[in-house]
Design a protein around this ligand. Structure first.
Ligand code: FUL
Length: 473
């Protein structure tokens, strides 16, 4: 008896607590729209900007695609210092380094048991050096992520072109992924020898990588976790969905146009990454020291990649000393300063209202805080909705930054930005997708109010962030 009274009391207090919770929270969160990112994919997306480093015999021979015949002694950096790389990368505002542990020439930057063509047979550090080990340790020391690229195409290995080579390549992945600590991204392409046309066991490669490092995002032209953006210019499509169908596509046979925009109806979450080099080539060549991309070009790349729902993998030049070259350092820092100038002052600080309110937990104010996890959402079923923002004071503006809370899927299909001219709202931009981050630039306007209208969406929109800037002030 006593027990059941207590139980009833227990239940009623639970009910009271629940109704208070519902009153405070209003409606429950919107249901996810599938597919959605895994935890690793979401954490990966938040990195936004990290470095690619191509380093190996090509650095010394001046080639881009070595044939695998350069003597191992050619690889002999005179002042190799991975900590210098990590410091530069950190100072540049990048979040990690992906190292070409093996390029098409087949030379391994670690003492692999799978080949004689590696650092172990070079003069560098009397064959005792290990570039992978030093870079992995330096990234850890500087709080950076570490990733690796090994080319499946191997122009040196005697077994290349035979099925046995697939085993060798898997073994190389295992060596890299099991001996050097956590790897945030495993990068591979479908590069192949035109004559041999080696049949790669991509499924086997992916499962080898997955079992050695379950949290590493696997990148290739065809996913499975992150996809190539379809060009090496660093520019994503204006429309850029993080969804694709990986089925039937494999590395090396890429539909570049489809990769550039993703697919609204894609069944898998495969966000795009933009790989692009700060120099004309991927490897360091002294004669390219004066041909680095300008800061303006890098800003365009930033807007075309991070500003279009992509991660930016910017390749930098490590020279024959084994150091990031001074020219690259200077440009990286100018690029960083330019980003800081452009985004110095967020003008989205005033009052905000929405055309549809779901509940206080999902209030429009959530788009103004610094948290990615809090968002504004209208009621279920509402796929056209707007946010109106009063700026603190009349200001010049030319850029708006939006983020969708992609933990619930990528939703917005089209949106418009309008500014108040004292009498009415005038359109300044009409765009398509948003995704994790979208930065839209428009001609400079003097205004006190901005309206963002999600015109169409796969389900009710979930907007995490709205920021407004005058990037040319
Ligand atoms: C391509 C390679 O052929 C280039 O040399 C470079 O490594 C680039 C990042 O990937 O597939």
């Amino acid at each position: 008896m006593l027990i059941s009274v207590q139980a009833r009391r227990g239940w009623s207090s639970v009910l009271i607590a629940l109704s208070i919770a519902v009153a405070v929270a209003g409606q429950p969160a919107p249901k996810p729209v599938l597919p959605i990112p895994t935890r690793s994919q979401l954490e990966w997306q938040k990195l936004e900007y990290y470095a690619f480093v191509h380093f190996g015999p090509n650095t010394f021979t001046g080639h881009e695609w070595g044939e695998g015949r350069a003597p191992t002694d050619e690889f002999n950096p005179t002042a190799f210092d991975a900590r210098q790389w990590a410091k530069v990368v950190k100072d540049a505002g990048m979040k990690g380094i992906i190292l070409t542990a093996k390029h098409h020439d087949g030379f391994c930057l670690w003492p692999s048991a799978t080949t004689e063509y590696s650092v172990k047979n070079s003069k560098w550090r009397d064959g005792k050096g290990d570039v992978v080990k030093d870079v992995a340790a330096a990234t850890r020391e500087y709080g950076l992520k570490f990733g690796v690229y090994i080319s499946p195409w191997d122009r040196n290995h005697p077994l290349y072109g035979t099925p046995r080579y697939n085993k060798i390549y898997k073994q190389q992945w295992r060596e890299l992924l099991m001996n050097y600590g956590p790897v945030f991204e495993s990068w591979l392409d479908g590069a192949n020898d035109n004559k041999t046309r080696m049949v790669y066991d991509f499924d086997g490669f992916f499962s080898t990588i997955r079992s050695a490092q379950p949290n590493a995002v696997i990148f290739s032209d065809a996913g499975p976790d992150a996809r190539w953006v379809g060009n090496e210019r660093g520019i994503a499509g204006e429309t850029n969905w993080s969804m694709r169908d990986n089925e039937g596509s494999f590395p090396g046979f890429a539909d570049q146009k489809a990769l550039n925009t993703g697919d609204e109806n894609g069944s898998e979450w495969v966000p795009a990454e933009c790989d692009v080099s700060i120099r004309p080539g991927w490897f360091y060549h002294a004669d390219e020291d004066t041909r680095l991309k300008s800061t303006d070009q890098l800003m365009d790349i930033y807007y075309g990649s991070v500003g279009r729902n992509c991660n930016l993998l910017l390749n930098i030049g490590v020279d024959r000393r084994g150091l990031v070259n001074e020219n690259d350092i200077a440009r990286l820092m100018e690029f960083k300063a330019a980003r800081e100038r452009a985004f110095a002052r967020n003008l989205a600080k005033g009052k905000i209202s929405a055309s549809s309110i779901r509940g206080s937990r999902f209030a429009p104010n959530n788009v103004l805080d610094d948290s990615f996890e809090t968002y504004w959402a209208p009621k279920d079923g509402v796929t056209t909705a707007s946010l109106t923002l009063d700026l603190e004071m009349e200001s010049y503006i030319d850029t708006i930054l939006l983020q969708e809370y992609i933990g619930l899927g990528q939703r917005a299909k089209s949106f418009a930005v309008e500014v108040w001219n004292g009498r009415e709202f005038l359109p300044v931009a009409r765009e398509t997708t948003i995704g994790y981050k979208r930065i839209v630039r428009f001609p400079k306007q003097l205004t006190s109010r901005v309206r963002i209208t999600i015109e169409d969406s796969r389900a009710c929109p979930v907007i995490s962030t709205v920021r407004v800037y005058n990037t040319s002030s």
